[in-house]
Design a binder for this molecule. Structure first.
Ligand code: NCD
Length: 307
């Protein structure tokens, strides 16, 4: 039963519950009109303390397309947070006005704290460099729809694996399906944190390789998940400048990849995928952004118990 639950970490839901959300997403894609007013009279509060385009707009669009309404803020400065209000008090207040809330915050663990004080379901829309479980629902729906299978994939993840919260949530989730292997491509300074490599990959005996060069492995991949170097998480600008162009996926590299490899990216892209790759039928990052709206429609409907 997903009604009334929070989604803070991808492991909060069982594989069966995730499957329920994916199945509903697919049904909504096929028959959007059947779902266009199931959230009539319901309100989503979007509390975004950090910049966002896709996540915030896709949550908004999702609620509007379900017939509900949206309130919220897109920068903390315009709310009472700028007067020093805690997230615990903000969410208790928001619970008086809204039925469900999506929270993005620069501090790791903030949506978890909010959920502990909340009378309404809280969805983690990204907490610092930690987790981003709704991006992962988006990614799972994309992989299932385009590759057809969440099992048996060789998944290359490239870029900022240290601070990239989408990566942490994706690895946690894809590790639960059968026979997936990971190729983790990053500069040493941006390698995957221990809590993912030890607690998730090693603990579950998942096959993985950590490597610095993409050229050596691109031919083996079924999925290539590119990420941006997370500028806002660096303490030192020089360090960022040194690492920011570590990887640039271009046509030449794509020529070495499998015919049916797909390229994903949570977006925003900075420099890590050249525009020439956009024309390649294997590039599916904008489709992925669209799947994000459907995954969030299904998630909202399930947490509100309207479906
Ligand atoms: C990601 C995020 O915010 O973590 N964006 C998104 O939600 N689609 C990735 C990023 O900002 O690099």
């Amino acid at each position: 039963m997903l009604k009334g639950r929070h989604l803070i970490d991808p492991m909060d839901f069982t594989l069966e519950e995730i499957q329920e959300i994916l199945v509903l997403s697919e049904e909504i894609i096929l028959n959007p009109n059947d779902y266009s007013d199931i959230c009539k009279g319901k309100i989503l509060a979007n509390l975004f303390y950090e910049p966002s385009t896709r996540t915030r707009f896709s949550f908004e669009a999702a609620m509007l397309r379900l017939g509900g309404q949206v309130i919220g803020f897109s920068e903390a400065i315009s709310s009472s947070v700028s007067k020093g209000e805690s997230i615990a008090d903000t969410i208790r207040t928001v619970g008086c006005y809204a039925d469900i809330s999506a929270i993005r915050h620069p501090k790791e663990g903030s949506s978890k704290i909010a959920s502990q004080y909340s009378s309404i379901p809280v969805i983690n829309a990204g907490d610092g460099g930690h987790q981003h479980p709704t991006q992962t629902l988006t990614d799972l729906l994309t992989i299932k729809s385009i590759k057809g299978n969440l099992d048996n994939n060789v998944i290359g993840i490239c870029g900022d694996l240290k601070f990239g919260r989408t990566v942490h949530s994706l690895i946690k989730s894809m590790s639960r399906y059968k026979n997936n292997k990971f190729v983790l491509i990053s500069p040493k300074k941006l390698s995957i944190p221990d809590y993912i490599s030890k607690e998730v990959l090693k603990k579950n005996n998942i096959e993985y390789l950590e490597i610095e060069k993409m050229d050596d492995v691109i031919k083996d991949l079924d999925i290539l998940y590119m990420t941006r170097v997370q500028k806002e998480r660096f303490f030192n600008e020089d360090e960022y400048l040194k690492l920011k162009d570590s990887y640039i996926l271009n046509k030449e590299k794509m020529n070495k990849a499998k015919e049916d490899m797909i390229v994903m990216h949570p977006l925003p892209r900075v420099n890590e995928i050249s525009y020439e790759v956009d024309e390649d039928p294997r590039a599916c990052y904008f489709e992925q952004a669209k799947y994000g709206m459907y995954a969030r429609m299904a998630l909202i409907a399930k947490l509100l118990g309207v479906n």
